[in-house]
Design a protein around this ligand. Structure first.
Ligand code: CO8
Length: 292
């Protein structure tokens, strides 16, 4: 079922004035924007968690180009909404996403892929500045596993399965499956998954560090939203710095990463939220962050 964005755009409270990092929310026409492949809404007691649910059940949420274009629109929308402090991406109980749409890819030529930078816009999720949580139930295969790995935190339902089965189709992962997976679970397991196409269970994924928590299938989304609410309750400004610092660990040497972390740590001392956080601790009260 496609959903109108109109309801979503009705904030729970008046939007805060535009802040340093965050621009004013997008205003859509009264007709709203229809998503064909997604359901998009704001959740949480304070409506501060953006939820994007893949909704292409007949194809087990296979990632067609249209779906990924919509995903980018939804991410842009939540990125710009100053009330949203975290984003959750989820699928159905049967499938988070069963990979890139094989039927859509089947007749592509090398020239089209290379010349047209085929699916180059698929990494948008990894560029979002707000924290993104993947709530994975069922299959997360190929591009679906890669999509989950582009998120910052992965929660899994107890029946989730992760895999990179591209080798069985005569191709290889193309959206980080050889890179993010290897950095996360190490060479032996990544090689085994990429070279055999075998899937791993939620439990194996947790043991390997791919997933941070496992929940019963029906509780998963609720728990992911609750994690999003916890994150959204902190300073959005400082949260963005914390995310940037952790991500630097994947790109930099330890010395460079530690230097960058120190610079960001010092930068928090230029914020009202650092002052408020420490004052609240000393005064034994809850901090009231303003994202300044
Ligand atoms: N693409 C297109 N359609 C799919 C896909 C897919 N990836 N997965 C499932 N479907 C469709 C099936 O064709 C079927 O449609 P229909 O009813 O019209 O025949 C429907 O979904 C239901 O699927 P099944 O009948 O197969 O359901 P099962 O429960 O029997 O099996 C599986 C579920 C095990 C998930 C099975 O569907 C499967 O193996 N799917 C393919 C998994 C796969 O190989 N994924 C990797 C795809 S390649 C990839 O992701 C590369 C990413 C590169 C990104 C590059 C960015 C630059």
């Amino acid at each position: 079922m496609a959903v109108a964005l109109r309801a979503l755009l009705r904030p729970a409270r008046a939007p805060a004035p535009a802040r340093l990092l965050l621009r004013a929310p997008i205003r859509l026409s009264s007709a709203g924007t229809q998503f064909q492949y997604l359901m998009v809404e704001k959740k949480g007691a304070k409506q501060n968690v953006g939820v994007i649910q893949l909704n292409r059940p007949k194809a087990l949420n296979a990632l067609c180009d249209g779906l990924m274009n919509e995903m980018n629109q939804a991410l842009d929308f939540f990125e710009k909404d100053p009330d949203v402090g975290a984003i959750v991406i989820t699928g159905s109980e049967k499938a988070f996403a069963a990979g890139a749409d094989i039927k859509e890819m089947q007749n592509r030529t090398f020239q089209e892929c290379y010349g047209g930078s085929f699916l180059a816009h698929w990494n948008r999720v990894s560029l979002v500045r707000k924290p993104v949580i993947a709530a994975v139930n069922g299959y997360a295969l190929g591009g679906g596993c890669e999509l989950a790995m582009m998120c910052d935190i992965i929660y899994a339902g107890e029946k989730a399965q992760f895999g990179q089965p591209e080798i069985l189709l005569g191709t290889i992962p193309g959206a980080g499956g050889t890179q993010r997976l290897t950095r996360t679970v190490g060479k032996s397991l990544a090689m085994e998954m990429v070279l055999t196409g075998d899937r791993i269970s939620a439990q194996e994924a947790k043991e390997a560090g791919l997933v941070s928590k496992i929940y019963p299938t029906e509780k998963l989304l609720e728990e992911a939203i609750s994690c999003g609410e916890k994150i959204a309750g902190n300073s959005k400004l400082v949260t963005a710095m914390a995310k940037e610092a952790v991500n630097a660990a994947f790109e930099m040497t330890l010395t460079e990463g530690n230097k960058m972390e120190k610079r960001l740590f010092y930068a928090t001392f230029a914020t009202d939220d650092r002052k408020e956080g420490m004052a609240a601790f000393v005064e034994k009260r809850k901090a009231n962050f303003t994202d300044h």
